[in-house]
Design a protein around this ligand. Structure first.
Ligand SMILES: [Zn+2]
Ligand SMILES: [Zn+2]
Length: 260
């Protein structure tokens, strides 16, 4: 057991995951308050002080809102691309110690290899990640309007994938709180993946290598965990992929740690 993954929380209002290898401890996104992140790490017996880095997908607040507090007291580097760094620093009105990568590049943090790839989303230069260590491949694929061929190719090798199931099309259309312009944004090719679009992604990448699928970044108003779960599971069953474990994530509580 060399790699341990804990989704500390995922949803439209906050995203943060913790990955630990033999030598390396990182967060992927920091989209809760610094205090929340500290508390959630404490619930698995970890602290922000032991982190080697924070990988950032893009600058939307549900991915970065804890950075200012976490990094104010800690010398932990942030890994992001240049446009994301500029956007974060503008937004949070602070300077950060960033290790800049070019989108599409692969780099290392200790014994962890990080593949980065571009995703279509309405941010400056949003990315997805495939993290590789000790023979385990863990993909992070949230915040994308549609899955390009590049995206599919990059996450095909994943054994574990955090996949966005943002909204249910019917619930989004029926929602009365959101103006039409916001709905259009969510539904656009640079918005978010619906349950059905996520099932399409699952169908395209499913293989004997894929073992665990986390459903993430759910909208509180326009989706329900059981609905997302049902749509993706039914699709996998139709394909005879009963070996893939499908697990819902929550905005409010961490998932049990997955050891690989
Ligand atoms: Zn987001
Ligand atoms: Zn976003």
């Amino acid at each position: 057991m060399a790699v341990h993954l804990t989704i500390l929380g995922s949803g439209s209002a906050g995203n943060c995951a913790y990955l630990e290898t033999e030598e390396t401890r990182v967060l992927v996104d920091a989209g809760f308050s610094g205090r929340q992140i500290r508390q959630r790490l404490a619930s698995i017996g970890r602290t922000p002080e032991s982190l080697h880095g924070i990988l950032i997908t893009h600058e939307h607040s549900d991915h970065i809102q804890g950075l200012a507090t976490l990094c104010a007291k800690l010398p932990v580097p942030i890994y992001c691309n240049r446009l994301t760094k500029e956007a974060i620093e503008n937004q949070l009105q602070a300077r950060f110690d960033c290790r800049i990568f070019s989108t599409g590049a692969t780099f290392e943090v200790g014994d962890l290899t990080v593949d980065t790839f571009s995703v279509p989303h309405d941010a400056y230069d949003p990315v997805g990640f495939l993290l590789r260590a000790s023979g385990a491949n863990i993909g992070f694929l949230t915040d994308l309007g549609h899955a390009t061929r590049l995206v599919i190719e990059r996450v095909r090798a994943a054994n574990v994938l955090l996949l966005e199931t943002n909204h249910d099309l019917k619930l989004l259309q029926e929602d009365t709180r959101r103006p039409w312009s916001i709905k259009q944004r969510i539904l656009s090719r640079h918005g978010h993946l619906s349950n059905v679009a996520a099932a399409d992604v699952a169908e395209q990448i499913v293989s004997s290598e894929l073992r665990h699928l986390y459903l993430g970044h759910l909208s509180r108003d326009c989706n329900r965990p059981e609905l997302a779960h049902q749509i993706v599971t039914e699709r996998l069953q139709k394909l005879g992929a009963a070996h893939v474990r499908v697990e819902s994530t929550s905005q409010d509580v961490p998932c049990p740690t997955l050891s690989l």
